[in-house]
Design a protein around this ligand. Structure first.
Ligand SMILES: Cc1ncc(C[n+]2csc(CCOP(=O)(O)OP(=O)(O)O)c2C)c(N)n1
Length: 363
């Protein structure tokens, strides 16, 4: 008998295997009963507040960059529900390994706005978080944080600590070897790690369909032997629910991959002009599904939120953001010798010479 040579197209219907979990529809109406623990005014308002804070901070950071007071900055406009949902699901002692757009998660974890601004001004002291001491700094090299997460999760496993390494990557990052290596290692070693793909559908100017032939990114979990799931990344309730469950599983040695489907409403960074590669019509349609308005509509519909609440919140959050920006602008600049001071325990002689030159003003 001749061996079968045509292996054909695998039947991996995404709707069957990776349904998109959602509680709130695009307009903010509940399409299913909210999960236990989340059907609560205080919790939902705290998520709402965190998303509004993230967006207000974001606007401030962009305006600081536009006025020459901040370096290149990666906006999280439109992606607040993924960021906040992940942060709110984590336990305090879990460790976050963020990408460069996860300000909402970092803020929820206790990184200060001033530290984030400091980082984006090129001042490395912004990575020395006073709050979550063991969380990782922003990873600019795409997907590098995924392999770091393997090491963190392995440490937790060896020490028998009930903690999870939570790694956030973009959709573009899932096309990189680091990502595959990381999920594969976690699958083989059953490490306590959760990978959240913040699928904003663009890797700078590259749409997801140009990066992968798979209909979903969640199904990449299959090759690693780990569980994959998909969630509407503009529904913070759904993100909180799915990521919380993923964390519970990972804590039991079952690593997880979660694809959160969202959309980057802003430019890739302040150095980009997204109008050059995508239509205004596409972006305006996506504004109709954005996460903050969605949750506000839900809260208002339940009589849990009103005009006065909104005005008070905006006032408070703006004041908080302004205070942080003022504190950032008032910081003395980093010493030019700092670049030599933290990488080596003992400076190699060649660098010690360079350090002296900088100190003497000859560098
Ligand atoms: C290793 C590496 N290659 C290239 C870049 C340049 N770069 C910065 S962001 C980016 C796209 C990232 O896309 P994605 O992972 O989807 O994240 P997003 O920006 O959409 O949040 C690229 C290619 C980089 N930072 N690191």
């Amino acid at each position: 008998m001749k061996p079968e040579t045509d292996i054909g197209t695998p039947d991996l219907d995404p709707r069957r295997y990776w349904p998109l979990l959602r509680y709130l529809d695009k307009a903010g109406a509940a399409i299913a009963p909210l999960p236990d623990g989340l059907d609560d005014r205080d919790i939902l308002v705290s998520l709402y507040r965190a998303m509004v804070t993230t967006r207000t901070f974001d606007q401030k950071a962009v305006s600081l960059q536009r006025t020459g007071r901040l370096g290149t900055y990666a906006s999280s406009l439109g992606q607040e529900a993924v960021s906040v949902g992940v942060g709110a699901s984590m336990h305090k002692h879990d460790v976050l390994l963020p990408a460069f757009r996860d300000h909402g998660t970092m803020l929820w974890r206790g990184v200060t706005m001033t530290e984030i601004l400091q980082y984006w001004s090129g001042d490395e002291r912004g990575c020395d978080f006073a709050g979550p001491r063991e969380d990782f700094p922003v990873a600019i090299p795409v997907a590098s944080q995924a392999t770091h997460a393997v090491g963190v999760a392995m440490a937790f496993q060896l020490r028998k600590e009930p903690r999870v390494a939570v790694c956030i990557v973009g959709d573009g990052a899932t096309s990189k070897g680091d990502f595959y290596e990381a999920i594969n290692a976690c699958g083989v070693w059953k490490l306590p790690a959760v990978f959240v793909i913040n699928n904003n559908q663009w890797a700078i100017s590259e749409p997801t369909r140009m990066q992968t032939a798979t209909p979903t990114l969640a199904q990449k979990a299959v090759a690693a032997g780990i569980a994959g799931s998909r969630v509407d990344g503009n529904d913070v309730v759904a993100v909180h629910d799915v990521v919380s469950r993923a964390l519970d599983e990972a804590r039991r040695g079952r690593p997880q991959l979660v694809e959160a489907l969202t959309y980057r409403l802003g430019d890739h960074t302040t150095a980009d002009d997204a109008r050059r590669y995508r239509d205004d019509a596409e972006v305006s349609a996506r504004w109709q599904e954005e996460p903050i308005l969605r949750l506000r509509n839900y809260l208002v519909g339940r009589d849990w939120w009103g005009k006065a609440d909104e005005e008070a919140l905006i006032r408070e959050v703006r004041a908080e953001v302004d205070r942080a920006a003022e504190a950032y602008l008032a910081l003395p600049p980093q010493e030019p010798t700092a670049i030599f001071d933290y990488l080596h325990e003992t400076l190699p002689p060649s660098l010690a010479g360079q350090r002296r030159m900088v100190e003497d003003g000859d560098g």
